[in-house]
Design a protein around this ligand. Structure first.
Ligand SMILES: NC(=O)c1ccc[n+]([C@@H]2O[C@H](COP(=O)([O-])OP(=O)(O)OC[C@H]3O[C@@H](n4cnc5c(N)ncnc54)[C@H](OP(=O)(O)O)[C@@H]3O)[C@@H](O)[C@H]2O)c1
Length: 290
């Protein structure tokens, strides 16, 4: 059994990983920061001593770093905090992985790209438009200093029943209460569920893959059309969803509009990515949890 430490196990992707990592092959332990959970270890990745003490205690074979300051507009307005968590925190985990010979899996983002084209492959040039993207790019640079790493770049990730704050969960709640929501019609992504992300990370680990992999769904869709599709699928009133231009949202951080090409992972793992409807069918049973 390999020991796997999921850092940020109370978040959207961390929770899915806890559910999906193969427990016949991996013995999995999670960490939390503010959402205390029984059996999980407390960890602030910005606290270098705590990171090293936890690695010393657990001696993980694999660490999956999902912990981050992932509030994109927050990173723009509080760069100091973004640095402290996404850059210094990542450096602490990278250094601990180096010391304890731990393989590191780092969750990065399509925000490392500028969206000047529709689709990006793993080797494409990075050029982040906002500070969150800059911190993810710098995080990747730190991770690449390790010989033994996996960088998983993600697009727009959603799911039901795993966290409280992803866009789809917030939208479903608003529509149920008859409240209007706004969704930009000019921000395209290729959405994927956290469950599917976790299944793919599990496969990458079982196959001992290293390097960079893009992970996203098969459908290139803007956030408004995506929202309408989800609402229709769930029988909610999609007329409450307003189509807006990004500029009218007055977001603090600029957003790229682009998808992640997934040919590499599909070919190497012999898997097929799902479209939005296929993804929704697989997680529909958990709709009662939100
Ligand atoms: N969700 C997406 O659409 C998406 C897209 C692209 C990339 N990503 C990347 O995927 C990763 C996971 O995203 P997510 O959506 O699952 O994030 P999330 O739901 O915000 O979860 C973040 C996790 O990190 C923990 N955490 C926060 N600050 C921490 C700190 N300073 N030290 C230690 N732990 C800390 C949180 O713990 P508590 O909850 O206990 O405070 C939580 O478990 C991030 O690296 C993000 O950049 C996400």
């Amino acid at each position: 059994m390999k020991k796997v430490l999921v850092i940020g196990a109370t978040g959207l992707i961390g929770s899915a990983l806890i559910n999906k990592l193969d427990d016949s092959r991996f013995s999995v332990l999670g960490t939390y920061m503010t959402h205390k959970k029984k059996g999980y270890e407390h960890l602030s990745i910005s606290d270098r001593n705590s990171v090293f003490s936890l690695f010393d205690k657990i001696r993980p074979d694999i660490a999956i770093l999902t912990a981050a300051f992932s509030y994109v507009d927050g990173c723009e307005t509080n760069k100091e905090l973004a640095n402290r968590i996404n850059i210094k925190g990542t450096r602490n985990v990278v250094d601990a992985c180096g010391k304890y010979k731990t393989k590191l899996v780092f969750t990065s983002s399509y925000y490392v790209f500028d969206g000047s084209k529709r689709w990006y492959a793993e080797k494409d040039k990075q050029n982040p438009l906002n500070y969150y993207g800059i911190t993810k790019m710098k995080g990747e640079e730190l991770v690449k200093q390790l010989g033994y790493y996996l960088i998983v770049r993600l697009t727009n990730v959603f799911d039901f029943g795993l966290d409280e704050k992803n866009f789809v969960v917030r939208m479903v709640r608003s529509l149920r209460y008859g409240n209007e929501v706004k969704a930009p019609n000019d921000q395209y992504t290729n959405p994927i569920t956290a469950t599917n992300v976790a299944e793919l990370v599990n496969k990458l680990l079982l196959d001992n893959k290293v390097g960079i992999y893009h992970v996203g769904g098969s459908e290139y869709i803007n956030r408004y059309d995506f929202a309408v599709k989800v609402a229709k699928f769930l029988g909610l009133d999609y007329n409450l969803i307003n189509s807006v231009d990004t500029k009218d949202l007055f977001q603090k951080a600029k957003r790229p509009s682009c998808g992640l090409k997934t040919e590499k992972i599909q070919k190497e793992l012999n898997v097929k990515m799902l479209n939005v409807e296929g993804s929704l069918k697989l997680i529909k049973e958990r709709i009662g949890m939100i």
